[in-house]
Design a protein around this ligand. Sequence first.
Ligand SMILES: C[S@@+](CC[C@H](N)C(=O)[O-])C[C@H]1O[C@@H](n2cnc3c(N)ncnc32)[C@H](O)[C@@H]1O
Length: 479
Amino acid sequence: MSDSLIARLPKIAAAGKKEAETIMERAKSCPSVSLQADECVYPLISGGATATEKEVSSGEWRNRLFYGDNLGLMEALLAGDPLTDLPPLGGKIDLIYIDPPFASRSGYRAVFTVPGAGGEPLALEQQAYQDTWDDGLCGYLRMLSPRLYLIKALLSERGSLIVHMDWHAVHYVKVLLDEIFGCKSFRNEIAWCYGGGGAAKRTYPRKHDQLLWYTKGNEWTFHKQFRPYTKGTLERGLTAAKGGRYALNKEGAGLDDWWAGGEVQKILSPTAFENLKFNTQKPEGLLRRIIRGHSREGDLVADFFCGTGTTGAVAERLGRRWIMIDAGKLAFMIAFKRLLAQQCKPFFNQSANDAVSPAYGRLAVKKSVSRGSAGMEELTVELFDYQPPCGERLSVPAGAREQIQKLIASDPLALLEYWMIDPDYDGRIFRSRWQSCRSRRGEGLRVDTKAALLVPRAAGGRRICVKAVDVFGCESREG
Ligand SMILES: C[S@@+](CC[C@H](N)C(=O)[O-])C[C@H]1O[C@@H](n2cnc3c(N)ncnc32)[C@H](O)[C@@H]1O
């Protein structure tokens, strides 16, 4: 008879520790994973400026969005990357929030809407990630255990880890975390409560997730936060239990360890502006609370299972630096577009040398350069055809094959999710200075196919490089 889960847990923790120690050792001497400096992205500012003025000087911190498995990428973070000025990050991250798969034994999807061949928009539902594990919960805990050890190594002395879980695995993960961080480093379990969804018939509906908060050391960053008083409290204006009349705090009631409604409301409406059509996306309000509460301006915040990029998007608006990782191509694309849409600071988009390389399509482009005034040149770049990779390399959802084939034949550019231009490609790092992304509605359902850029004249001519990514995550490059 095989051992029970509780009997296997010490072995899982020990194996995770050993694996993490090997990785940490390797990161010091000869890391097995190195980073590719794929892209540096200078988001286009509204009004069409080419973002050259937002150039970052060497040595300055750049935020980073990584594509790939977080185990190898955490090794790369511990090692640092001199080519892109990334220092070794052991002990340097101030807040890590993770929202990993929950061991739910389900698959999760993302929906992308493309212009259909017959005029009607076509909603393409694709698998974003799978939450099933060989050997069930044990397999899941085996995956998580070395990662939690590495996370501890990356945290700064005042740093906090917040692990987002639900009922499937939280109790076992809590035991693992107690082993890794020490029971005394456990600060709170926050219940994030929400409504919506189905109602169970024979049990209570499951309407909360758990956020487990651990700190690395005995000193930590914590900013008390407040929520508005309830209507009843405002009307009474006194704390009956204390028997006297107290003035209400003008900031509101101090937050307890359960959070519900208001700012942290779950994204329920399919038409909500925030809804990026990714099954397990978390609301920005939740991340706002976490980031405000557990970090300071300028701090480094990381999310190693970032999905749609909620953590980085919010961290940036709150003046924090950020690092995000996801192993899912669709999640990565959504996070990437989200950052561009909010005109974030320039960031690196990198992958590890062991990342699964995307399938490649073919792009046909017309380019022209004309002399402008005051030492400038005008570049015009036009996309006029696109061929996605064929056969097996293109994983089209079964129900949409016929429609996608029609679209490939009649309007292949409608398949593009975004495209970008580097007006001065150096053959190594793609510096994206102009981007066009498909948005989710109406006219915006297709990318602009023509770009005009005003750039400083290049003395010895220039190499214009164009890169596009389609709705299936296939890339293509021209130039
Ligand atoms: C629950 S979702 C995160 C949702 C995110 N909090 C949001 O607001 O959109 C979990 C994510 O973890 C990613 N993931 C799973 N295993 C991973 C791994 N080993 N390395 C990196 N990312 C991983 C999945 O691709 C998925 O996007």
